[in-house]
Design a binder for this molecule. Structure first.
Ligand code: NDP
Length: 501
């Protein structure tokens, strides 16, 4: 996309969005909320209203669940061959590709991140996810187990995998389209019907994805989208007609979801917060490590669950690494995501800006040393922009070392002893991911084994792929997305015993 085409497309999208409220998608139709209420979604780069969106709540969730249940039980869906489900998912991936420019621009306007990143991460990432999961329906089956004979009788025992039913998918605002794809793709591949609840800050690409699914040929009611606030998510979680909840978001809401799911013991998977350690050994390629540390925290304005927000650099290279990262932080261009030279866009909302800003104050009050950033960039007077920020002189007890800030704020810590390093790195309620930079292969594998994290990156950071499991230890979540494990999240196993004698 050229700059002028992005700006023109953005202007066209803004006009279309301003013309009428964005309605819910229930049973294959765009409908207003039962209450008739709407809410505003803002452009984080300007703070201006981008669109009015239907404010779904419990009554809308009731309608969506009823539609999903009907569609799920229908012959057309239940009896669809695995091959036909594969073809629908591939068609949806093709349609995302065909509408890639529009989706990338829409996400840039709604979320704020640079358009070239929405294109790469949200759009290309989602296409890849749908294509990957399109491969599973024809390969996801049960097994035959060696239990025969029993008491002289010949016995056949086999297992089947069946779709879990109606799945409620609740996604956050930091990667709106790709988080939706991570859940929708395996759920549909497994044969579920879904109700997607996007975050109130970023509802627009979810609605567009739902429309494209209809265009691809998914039967009405198989893919519903209910926009709204947390109360819509809570209604979905509490609903007795929902068989499974998949959630990405804060640990606090994750815990509330677990409690609420107890009602009908629906299955739950959670991808929650993180405070990931990014570790540099003295023998590492220090230039590459410094670049990765900077990217690991500042990418997506630090609004990434796997953000490498705690740097642990060895005492012998601490100054060099921290100086290089600080240098990166100062050089990164913060600006409107529609501009091609913007490395960082705005934070998603005023609320998130206030949260990040409050942590900068907390860090200073705790006695950490602010080396870079810490405020609104000069010349960007509106929107929710925040400078890439680096703190040094921190201790393991400080709140900026322990709590998820979810913004472009790095806390740098020094280490000298390997045992102490591992215990500091693991001293967190979270366990989502970790990064290790070293050229010593034994050291790398020992660290990977010792770190309590769902993903460990060695001499790389933030690589994800739909083929490899993603999720957290400890309070970073339950279950794993991606790969075969995601198919298991959206299905039940049935064991069948047959007496052949
Ligand atoms: P939330 O956990 O509140 O939001 C995530 C999703 O859950 C949204 O769709 C939200 O809807 C929905 N939701 C909110 N309350 C409920 C509920 N009671 N039952 C069901 N669904 C609910 O995150 P926030 O947006 O408030 O962000 C706060 C912090 O959470 C961030 O600063 C960050 O630390 C962390 N976070 C972590 C993410 C991750 O990737 N692990 C992603 C986003 C946030 P609605 O938007 O309408 O409130």
């Amino acid at each position: 996309m050229t700059t002028s085409s992005v700006i023109e497309r953005a202007a066209g999208l803004k006009r279309t969005l301003a013309a009428s409220p964005q309605e819910l998608l229930i049973d294959g139709k765009r409908v207003a909320a039962v209450s008739g209420e709407t809410f505003e979604t803002l452009n984080p780069a300007t703070g201006e209203v981008l669109a009015r969106v239907a404010k779904g709540a419990a009554a809308d969730v009731d309608l969506a669940v009823a539609a999903a249940r009907r569609a799920f039980e229908q012959h057309a869906w239940r009896q669809m061959s695995a091959n036909d489900r594969t073809n629908l998912l591939l068609r949806l991936a093709d349609l995302i590709e065909r509408n890639a420019d529009e989706l990338a621009t829409l996400e840039c306007l709604d979320n704020g991140k640079p358009a070239r990143l929405t294109r790469l991460v949200e759009v290309e990432g989602s296409i890849k996810t749908f294509r990957y999961f399109a491969g599973w329906p024809t390969k996801f089956g049960g097994e035959t187990l060696p239990v025969s004979p029993r008491g002289g009788a010949q016995i056949l025992n086999y297992t089947t995998r069946e779709p879990i039913g109606v799945a409620g998918l609740i996604v956050p605002w930091n990667y709106p389209l790709s988080m939706a794809a991570w859940k929708v793709a395996p759920a549909l591949a497994a044969g579920c019907a879904v109700i997607l609840k996007p975050a109130e800050q970023t509802p627009l690409t979810a609605l567009r994805l739902g429309e494209l699914a209809l265009e691809a040929g998914f039967p009405p009611g198989i893919f519903n989208v209910v926009t709204g606030f947390g109360e819509a998510g809570a209604a979905l979680v509490a609903h007795a007609g929902v068989d499974k909840i998949a959630f990405t978001g804060s640990t606090e809401v994750g815990k509330a979801i677990v409690r609420a799911c107890a009602g009908n013991l629906k299955k739950v998977s959670l991808e929650l917060g993180g405070k990931s350690p990014h570790i540099v050994f003295p023998d590492a390629d220090l230039d590459a490590a410094a670049a990765a540390v900077a990217n690991g925290i500042f990418f997506n304005q630090g609004q990434t669950c796997t953000a490498g927000s705690r740097l642990y650099a060895h005492a012998s290279c601490f100054d060099r690494i921290v100086n290089a990262v600080t240098d990166f932080a100062r050089k990164l261009k913060v600006g409107d995501g529609l501009q091609p030279d913007s490395d960082l866009g705005p934070l998603v909302s005023q609320e998130q800006w206030d949260r990040v800003n409050s942590y900068v104050r907390i860090g200073r009050d705790e006695g950490a040393k602010l080396l870079a950033g810490g405020q609104r960039p000069a010349g960007l007077d509106r929107g929710y922009f925040f400078e890439p920020t680096v703190f040094a002189g921190a201790t393991g007890r400080m709140r900026i070392t322990r709590e998820e800030i979810f913004g472009p704020v790095l806390t740098a810590l020094e280490w000298a002893d390997i045992e102490d390093l591992i215990s500091q790195a693991n001293d967190s309620e979270y366990g989502l991911s970790a990064g290790v930079w070293t050229n010593d292969i034994k050291q790398a594998h020992r660290a990977a084994a010792a770190l309590k994290a769902g993903t460990v990156w060695i001499n790389c950071y933030n690589l994800v792929d739909p083929a490899t499991p993603f999720g957290g230890f400890k309070q970073s979540g339950w279950g794993r997305e991606h790969g075969r494990q995601a198919m298991e999240l959206y299905s039940e196993t049935k064991s069948v015993w047959v007496n052949l004698s």
